[in-house]
Design a protein around this ligand. Structure first.
Ligand code: AHR
Length: 311
């Protein structure tokens, strides 16, 4: 730990003094599983008493969990809001109870930023931009049927979720630079493999000449791969695939040539979260926004790092 102060522990930490209530989105994706594990493992190693709940992708369940953490008088509440809007009432309740709140992974859309201490997570707009930049740079190869237009189908994340809204926006802003690139269909697959598969099956029936799939996460892209194979085509060759996350299964598919490009979204937020929580509970200043560092992978890069991926 980085508390360099003199003598024995000051902040939370190994004295076991800190209780955190964490309201997780669900278990919708490989990313989420890795995120949950990182939070639970770090709580354990840092001596944080973690109360954890899985909302099964339902906002009302997260609100219930947060209310129960308020009642239990935890020291700090952390959560990844499943959707962006509709949090002000419950966050105000936490504020009145003087329980600090940390947003992790996803943010809320609220006019009042005094309702939370800090937001730790990725820049989802930038992730979408990286995906769009890649397509613009690789436009020639991405016109698979060579008809002069690049038809993209988009598999969106959970409707109303920050990463779905922002990844769409970032991608759209970049592909606007090339008139030949067009999103011909866009629908939610709810960030799940099954959702991605089902939506892709309907796209393959309704759209002719799909060149590219842009999936807001690896799991939906992996579902799309199944649908593309079932339709007798070769994913990564007959249809180019761009995804976000870089979990092990996604990276494996990328290194095998079934995905073409992955934008990384780092789920290992546990260490930074516990560090911020201790500081917040100790009344220390923390930055209002902490952005996760991330990279991108093409097929060669994925093959090189596959063995070292932790999740
Ligand atoms: O909020 C992060 C997103 O949520 C991940 O990209 C996705 O896989 C997860 O379900």
């Amino acid at each position: 730990s980085e508390s360099g102060g003199s003598g024995s522990s000051g902040s939370g930490g190994s004295d076991g003094g800190l209780t955190m209530g964490f309201a997780q989105v669900g278990a919708e994706s490989g990313w989420r599983t890795a995120n949950t594990k990182s939070i639970q493992d770090t709580a354990k190693s840092e001596g944080v008493d973690l109360k954890f709940s899985d909302a099964q992708q339902k906002q009302e369940n997260q609100i219930k969990a947060i209310r129960s953490y308020i009642q239990q008088k935890v020291d700090v509440i952390a959560f990844s809001p499943v959707v962006e809007t509709g949090w002000d009432t419950v966050l105000l309740e936490a504020k009145r109870a003087k329980i600090p709140v940390i947003l992790t992974d996803r943010s809320v859309d609220s006019k009042d930023d005094s309702l939370y201490e800090t937001f730790l997570g990725s820049d989802f707009v930038q992730e979408g931009e990286k995906a769009g930049d890649w397509l613009v740079e690789n436009a020639d190869e991405s016109d698979v049927d060579g008809d002069g237009s690049i038809k993209v189908v988009e598999l969106e994340g959970t409707t109303g979720a920050a990463p779905a809204i922002d990844r769409k926006e970032g991608f759209g802003s970049k592909i606007a630079a090339d008139d030949s690139i067009e999103v011909v269909a866009s629908q939610t697959g709810d960030f799940t493999r099954d959702g991605g598969k089902k939506v892709m099956e309907t796209f393959l029936k309704s759209e002719k000449g799909i060149d590219v799939v842009y999936a807001h996460n690896d799991d939906m892209g992996l579902g799309a791969i199944e649908a593309i194979k079932a339709a007798g085509m070769k994913p990564g060759t007959d249809v180019k695939i761009i995804t976000v996350d870089a979990v092990k299964d996604g990276m494996t598919a990328l290194s095998k040539g079934e995905i073409n490009f992955i934008v990384e979204c780092n789920p290992l937020l546990g260490p930074q979260l516990m560090d911020l929580a201790k500081k917040v509970v100790d009344g220390e200043e923390v930055p209002k926004r902490v952005v996760t560092e991330e990279t991108t992978f093409d097929q060669e890069q994925a093959a090189e790092v596959l063995d070292q991926r932790q999740y």
